[in-house]
Design a binder for this molecule. Sequence first.
Ligand code: FES
Length: 56
Amino acid sequence: MYVCLCKGITDTQIRDAVTDGACSMRDLRERLDVANQCGKCGRECKSIIGEYRQAA
Ligand code: FES
């Protein structure tokens, strides 16, 4: 499922990046360029990061 429509980034790509060590929005922005345009995907990105934090 696409999370960031502006950049065409899927939840799978975000989950892979988080699994690979991205633990903040800044990390995700640097790696995938998400939330750098309209910003609408920011909330979803944060919630994915949050899921992994809770699971850790
Ligand atoms: Fe991600 Fe617009 S949907 S920046």
